[in-house]
Design a protein around this ligand. Sequence first.
Ligand SMILES: [Zn+2]
Length: 868
Amino acid sequence: MLNLYLAMLAIQAGFILPANLNAQVQSPETFVGFRVGEDRKLFGWQTVVDYFYILDSASEKITVQELGETTLGKPFLMAIISSPHNLLNLAKYKNLQKQAANPRHLAGDDMRLLAKEGKVVVMITLNIHSTEIASSQESIELAYRLVTDHSAGTKRILDNVIILLIPSMNPDGMQRVVDWYQQYLDTPSEGAPLPYLYHPYAGHDNNRDWFMMNLAETKLVSKQYYHEWFPEIVYDQHQMRSESARLFLPPYTDPVNPNLHPLLLAQMNKFGKHIVSELQAQEFRGIVTDAFYTAWWEGTSVMTPWWHNMMGILSEVASVQIATPLYFPKGSLQGGRRGLPEYRARMNFLDPWLGGWWRLRDIINYELAITFALLDLAAREKESIIYNFCKMNKDAVERGKTEPPFAYVVPTTQHDPVTAADMIDILMQGGVEVHLAEADFIADSYKFKKGSYVISLSQPFRPYVKDMLERQSYPDLHDSPAGPPIRPYDVTGWTLPLMMGVETVEIESPFDADLTRLQSLETPPGKLVNDGERGYLISHRTNRSFALINHLLNKDREVFWLRNEVEADGTILQPGAIYVPDNEIEPKEIEFLARKLSLEIVRTNRKLIGQPAYRINEFEVGLYQPFTANMEEGWTRFILEQFEFPYKTIYNAKIRNSSLDGDYDVIILPDMTAQEIIHGRKKDRPDMYSPKIPEPYEDGITKEGVQHLMEFVEKGGTLIALDSACDFAIEQFGLPAKNIVKEVPESDFFCPGSLLEILVDNSEPIAYGMPSNAAAMFVKSPAFQPIYWSQRTGVPAYYPDYNPLLSGWILGEDKIQGLAAVLDIPVKKGCVVLIGFRAQHRAQTPGTYKFLFNAIQLSAAEEVVLED
Ligand SMILES: [Zn+2]
């Protein structure tokens, strides 16, 4: 049957069948040795890779590409699945997609023709969250079915759709989960949560990176989205908590982001409801829509494409314990979530599942059924989908010509020009068109210099440009007028220029300028200026200068920070200017570093003898890593590596069992609660129904550890507490500060992820190099009232006396007005630095990295007066 069919197809298509197609394609079951999704059975990433290459060599309907390497160096795969005819003509279809994504020169009829000629491109992304393991296993069965099923329905799909299938968005994490699960199989810990992050840096937050492009995997897939394939539809498979609906599908729930095209939302609603209807016909139960997941926030792999006029369909199936089945007795299923207050039938939840056994294979069955229903609709409505994609892109171009804002301009004068260039790079990876001004120009009565970046709003991905660069205004949502706020799904503000500390000007009226489209970005050139012989001076304003210092310390060179202002090549450098004595490094060597790091380094002739300074000595950093898989720990590690900070990871046992004397100069506690730090995952009551946490991963640092940390500080160490870890330090050490918002109910104060203005005292060493105001990411964070005492407490940053909201949502802002945001508290010979917001939030806030970096580099510093 197979051969006959293929032969007929080959004759129809007019090409000769290659010999290897006569071979039967090996099924997933024979390849892995068990039925995919069998209870307690998993295979790892290499099996997926091997099987995809088997399909590649056995079938003309699939071609497998290695897009690049994962964070840990594994192959990252994308399979292209379509009819043999389409695969032979991929270049043509890719070109049509490019035109659909940028139809500014196409008339309506051209767009109709393009829609007729083209194929709809559907990107299917699996297993971004590694513990949501089902889809990684499903991947091989899905591909097998698509290339071996000869039904009319599948033929229609392959004829009309080009499927881009990513079997795992995080192969490193998939392997970690499989290894962990297999290690504890048949023990009381079977199915227990991982004690470390599955994505090596981001854990679950690998799905919060999709506008910031920090991770290797994000970069690889975003390139396919916004530069290679421009899929009209992205479909992403997830799993959610176990005890509620079996499956979530769009429509998404309120609030809705005003920058999204209504046609996009209408189409996503249609897809969601269509799939529900198809699944219901096949007797899949327990499907909820219009619930849980909002249409507001960007940052995930399936949502960020919305602002590029691409449909993003999310499915969330109820989880098991990795691969261990769960039994749901009557009465154990619950609502209690947004859109599903009670577990009973309603218009968005037509047919509640009644309970019983729930298995890995059930999840796979739902996922396969959704995928085929989605592909079937995409195939049937190919032309309208492509046309609508063209139309939305064209609407965006036109709207940007007539409606403000008309552009965003990133001027040449920047506090940190390298970070400004990084922002442009990130936007370009996201498919944004950026222009460079070839001459000075005026817009909205601002004068801009030649070399400014101009981001026009008249471009196909206008919604994305606007959403990234404007200030968010989250709607004030409550269940009842006086009731508490409805929690947003994630953060409410993500304005890129604010997070990165990049000056960006919104232009409200049309303007003329001589612009050329930037094809690739060149980072600002670094250079060595002047030829003085008394040493080198570097401003403290550029984040990269910390990498320079780390590099020099690593080579045993002397580095100082000047405590007073100093003039260098005609500009005044604010306190904190970095000084390297002339005899420490050859001009050629430092010039090489200047170029590499895009820094301007001045070779000065100025006499600096007698200047007060900090000598920056080599330091030992200990970054605390709990066994609760803390994502902010991972992101902190990520930026430490990016800026060449040496560090060691400290685990609970080290803090619990030994004095920390002499091993570290500084210890960093990432954002986490005191309970989590002290007790880890240890429960105060026995519980026989959850997998047992393996013993070494259960407890936290314990009371002994708290004592060791205190002694570490008293003997001269620096403890840096980030965000909610500040409460731990305040309470356990009895620091002279109060977190004023700790006990305040959400109806009185609520700020769940917003950018707030902070005023910065940049004469404080912790704030060296900062501008005098900045945006802090406040995520249910503390705000401090320092208490006067016999020691000097430094206040490097504090909230203003007016509403500090810059982007997002805040309720009860008067509660934090005037309070401290960062405190530098001496404790005997050491100190505690409290950074009361997310200074390094998801590696998305370079505008506030300096608080953390300064506190680290100061940890072994000495106050000195410069000598000859
Ligand atoms: Zn997920």
